[in-house]
Design a protein around this ligand. Structure first.
Ligand code: ZN
Length: 129
């Protein structure tokens, strides 16, 4: 069992993207401002007309936590969760894989990878660039 994200009308494009091997970021069709997480409205102008762009999949660790307890369904601990600044300028939370928890550091460069969980869910995972 895996903890599953909430998929709704505003975030469906994101999860369709991960399934296709793309990291998609919402972009306002009116003013071009990027935002994350997905939502119905632009944060920079009054528009409710959101599209998306495919991100480069590269980012920098802004901060991170190492989760050691309590257990998380479907996960081996410790779990490294990073707050990433994508090169496109938005901030995103992501799981860091293949990086022992004592080797991750603020400022590390990470690139996105995708882990297919099942037919309906593919999760982004981050590893050293
Ligand atoms: Zn806008």
């Amino acid at each position: 069992m895996t903890v599953r994200p909430v998929v709704n009308r505003d975030s469906a494009f994101f999860w369709e993207g991960t399934a296709a091997g793309e990291l998609r970021i919402p972009r306002c069709n009116a003013c071009g401002t990027l935002r994350f997480p997905p939502g119905p409205a632009c944060r920079a102008c009054p528009a409710y007309d959101m599209g998306w762009v495919v991100a480069s999949g590269l980012g920098t660790v802004f901060s991170y936590v190492v989760h050691r307890h309590p257990p998380v369904p479907g996960k081996e601990l410790p779990l490294v969760i990073a707050l990433l600044d994508l090169d496109e300028g938005v901030r995103m939370v992501g799981e860091v894989v293949d990086a022992p928890d004592d080797t991750i550091a603020i400022g590390d460069r990470l690139c996105v990878d995708f882990r297919r969980i099942d037919d309906e869910l593919t999760l982004p995972a981050w590893r050293r660039a």
